[in-house]
Design a protein around this ligand. Structure first.
Ligand SMILES: NC(=O)c1ccc[n+]([C@@H]2O[C@H](COP(=O)([O-])OP(=O)(O)OC[C@H]3O[C@@H](n4cnc5c(N)ncnc54)[C@H](O)[C@@H]3O)[C@@H](O)[C@H]2O)c1
Length: 423
């Protein structure tokens, strides 16, 4: 039997950890069109901070390239490119289409292409396979095969790593499904779940994130109701959470690459078959409105304390879309900045995790190097980085002007009695 040689297309948050695990056992090439990314990986550095240099070094059979020819002799191609949405919130399949066309140009008889990118049910077979067939001139399920195995990693989470997260697998024929399942079983210690079809595996991933989105929207709605009723949402959630089947979600901003994006893939697919998913769309609408809700709450609290929001000096602690992670994609904190700026407030953003040049490039904002003590009218703790938790309420409050200031805790990490407001 031919030796398994793996190429992983896309070396980002998902592709690199996967390449590292496969690269411990099989000849593996990490391919990316971003040459700067390939250059840093060749130097043993991962700017996403997902893979430590020691771990990278352990993948002794792993190499990196931006040249398509270097992956031409692979037998398995695994696709981990982004699946974003466009400005009208429609799925943007361009990276997936381009990656499929590139693979098609080097695809050979007997090869298998496995997609990991999050998509809607049907995308692999309706969009990607026809591109592979067209660019390779080969016939699907006769000359080459496909699989889909969604990724479940959680950036910044050092506890749940790729090998310790059970993985769903699937294949385009029963034999290929067995092959794909065995391949992943060889690196995933937590085990695998072989889904009955590619479509089922695709659907399973998109509903995992859509379910989270809807659950968070529900508690965000609770938070807005309870605020009007003068009850603390966290107190209510704590009480309700004592029931065995109450789901423990917290109110918050929904940013990032997955939960705020993936539901749109399912929404669009549902609409294309004549179903308008009201619950999914309402969840998106509620979660997308939470940033302006936070800004409005902060403005109200300032006005109530006699602090004029116009020209007020506001400090926002944290910019990334989640704690202890450098990922800035679709962060909703930027919308809080803009909402406050629309009141003519002067907003400083401080986040020890971010790359300043990346923030400037992506959002046209320049985060400050360090906040000044006693300088701010309002401080918003927007991201629960460990650094901010360690500051505690006193440390956070110390950035406020001694005469009057407000502290708002979006992440509910500070003691309630020590702050002015929280979600
Ligand atoms: N980040 C997560 O936590 C996570 C978790 C589960 C699933 N996913 C899904 O996995 C997929 C990848 O996400 P990510 O976070 O790794 O994205 P990413 O942006 O971190 O990485 C994607 C990489 O693909 C490269 N790329 C883009 N087009 C390419 C092409 N045509 N050929 C080769 N390389 C190309 C980019 O340069 C980038 O390095 C998405 O579908 C995402 O929804 C992400």
């Amino acid at each position: 039997m031919q030796q398994t040689k793996i190429a992983i297309i896309g070396q980002g948050y998902v592709g690199l950890p996967l390449a590292v695990e496969f690269g411990k056992k099989y000849p593996t090439v990490g391919f990316d069109i971003n040459q700067a990314r390939i250059a840093e990986l060749r130097e043993g550095k991962d700017s996403t901070l997902e893979v430590e240099p020691e771990l990278l070094a352990r993948a002794t059979q792993l190499s990196f390239t931006h040249e398509l020819q270097d992956i031409a002799d692979s037998t398995v191609y695994i696709v981990t490119v982004p699946t974003p949405i466009d400005s009208a919130k429609r799925p943007d399949l361009t990276p997936l289409e381009k990656a499929s066309a590139a693979i098609g140009s080097v695809l050979k008889k007997g090869d298998t292409v496995v997609y990991e990118s999050t998509v809607y049910p049907g995308c692999t077979e309706e969009v990607c396979i026809p591109i592979l067939e067209k660019t390779s001139g080969l016939t699907f399920n006769q000359d080459f095969y496909a699989g889909y195995s969604p990724e479940r990693i959680n950036p910044g989470d050092k506890e749940h790593r790729l090998p310790s997260i059970l993985k769903v697998t699937s294949g385009s024929t029963p034999e290929v499904a067995d092959y794909v399942d065995a391949l992943y079983s060889s690196i995933i210690t937590a085990g695998t779940h072989k889904a009955p079809s590619i479509k089922v595996a695709e659907a399973s991933k998109v509903i995992e994130n859509t379910q989270r989105d809807a659950n968070i929207a529900l508690v965000n709605e609770f938070a807005m109701i309870f605020h009007r009723l003068g009850i603390d949402t966290n107190d209510v959630l704590e009480a309700a959470g004592t029931k065995w089947n109450f789901l423990k979600f917290k109110p918050g901003l929904v940013g990032g690459h997955c939960i705020g994006v993936d539901p749109y893939y399912l929404i669009q697919k549902a609409q294309s078959v004549g179903y308008y998913p009201d619950v999914l769309m309402a969840a998106r609408r509620i979660n997308d409105s939470m940033d302006s809700y936070v800004a409005d709450q902060v403005i109200k609290l300032m006005v109530r304390k006699g602090i004029n929001p116009v020209q007020a000096h506001v400090l926002i602690l944290g910019l990334t879309f989640k704690e202890n992670c450098r990922d800035l994609r679709n962060t909703r904190v930027v919308n809080i900045v803009h909402a406050l700026q629309s009141y003519n407030a002067n907003v400083d953003v401080f986040d020890p995790w971010v790359d300043v040049a990346e923030v400037q490039h992506e959002y046209g904002l320049t985060p400050i190097e360090a906040p000044e003590q006693g300088a701010y009218d309002a401080i918003i703790l927007a991201v629960g980085h460990d650094e901010f938790k360690q500051l505690g309420s006193r440390g956070v409050r110390a950035y406020g002007k001694p005469a009057a200031n407000i502290v708002y805790d979006v992440k509910q990490v500070l003691p309630r009695a020590a702050i002015d407001g929280r979600l």
